[in-house]
Design a protein around this ligand. Structure first.
Ligand code: C2E
Ligand code: MG
Ligand code: MG
Ligand code: MG
Length: 265
């Protein structure tokens, strides 16, 4: 579909950008540990439009801040009953790392929805670090000071150096779907995943496999020591109305905090 910037503006004005929620589980126990918040444009005629059709335009035309506000504010408001220690993971765009107001802004949105900041993960893609490491560092520090935890998203697809990883206070490494989807058929992908898990652990980070679609992938990730998983095998991104169903079909784990603490090296 061909989306114009005026369409995205209208969508924001009409409050049509909404959060979907995708479960993240403990690979060890299968327990639900949190949800990633993923933007959907609820178009009156077309239905749910995917981010690939509007995020890049929002970024290019300075609308990504408003979009993040709309998605995260709605997500926090949908989820005040989410029991601890379940977390919400919100995506930030590389462009937003340059805006010093973003951390306090997110904190305000969470606070006004009574959602605790220590159960908010902020996901930053690896490519974002390349643009401006100093801004990324300052932003990461402010987010951590406000109580958030940080995840490095789509790891393995960008070009971040090990020095970047060390310089930034990440808590979690998300292994990109491109490796996970090939790991049961390609030896190289399996080796890369093993190396990423090992790297994550040696830096004291929790690791998450993205895009898990088969039991075989889940088993292999678990055997490599990866803690958390996300993918269609556990659930597709779904509207807020389905949170209770997603919660009732899963049990809830308190293992994430314990795991993170035990690696406090
Ligand atoms: P991401 O942050 O890496 O999110 C994971 C993407 O993988 C989501 O696509 C999700 O639907 C998809 N996915 C999860 N499990 C599976 C699986 O088992 N198989 C397959 N084939 N796909 C799976 P989605 O929702 O289309 O989002 C794409 C990207 O758009 C996200 O990648 C993120 O970078 C960006 N995005 C989404 N929402 C937001 C937002 O609110 N703000 C910003 N800045 N970016 C967002
Ligand atoms: Mg993400
Ligand atoms: Mg990702
Ligand atoms: Mg991605």
């Amino acid at each position: 579909m061909s989306v114009q910037v005026s369409d995205v503006r209208t969508a924001l004005q009409n409050n049509q950008i909404v959060p979907n929620f995708q479960p993240i589980v403990s690979l060890h126990t299968g327990a639900l540990v949190g949800f990633e918040v993923l933007a959907r444009w609820q178009h009156p005629e077309i239905g749910a439009v995917l981010p690939e059709n509007f995020i890049a335009i929002a970024e290019a035309y300075g609308l990504i801040g408003d979009l993040t506000d709309q998605v995260s504010s709605k997500a926090f408001h949908c989820a005040p009953d989410l029991p601890a220690p379940l977390f919400l993971a919100v995506n930030l765009s590389p462009a937003q790392l340059q805006d010093p107001n973003v951390p306090s802004h997110i904190a305000n949105l969470a606070t006004s929805a009574s959602f605790p900041m220590d159960r908010v993960y902020i996901e930053i893609t690896e490519s974002a670090l390349l643009d401006d490491l100093d801004s990324a560092k300052a932003m990461a520090r402010r987010l951590k000071d406000l109580g958030c935890r940080l995840a490095l998203d789509d790891f393995g697809t960008g070009y971040s150096s090990l020095a970047h990883l060390q310089a930034l206070p990440f808590d979690e490494l998300k292994i990109d779907r491109s490796f996970v989807s090939k790991m049961t058929t390609t030896r190289e992908s399996r080796k890369i995943v093993a190396a990423i898990v090992g790297l994550g652990h040696s830096l004291g980070l929790i690791t998450v496999g993205e895009g898990i679609e088969t039991e075989e992938q889940a088993d292999m990730l678990l055997s490599l020591g990866c803690e958390l998983g996300q993918g269609y095998l556990y659930g597709k991104p779904a509207p807020a109305a389905q949170i209770p169903t997603m919660m009732s079909t899963s049990h809830i784990s308190s293992s994430v905090d314990a795991t993170v603490k035990s690696w406090n090296i």
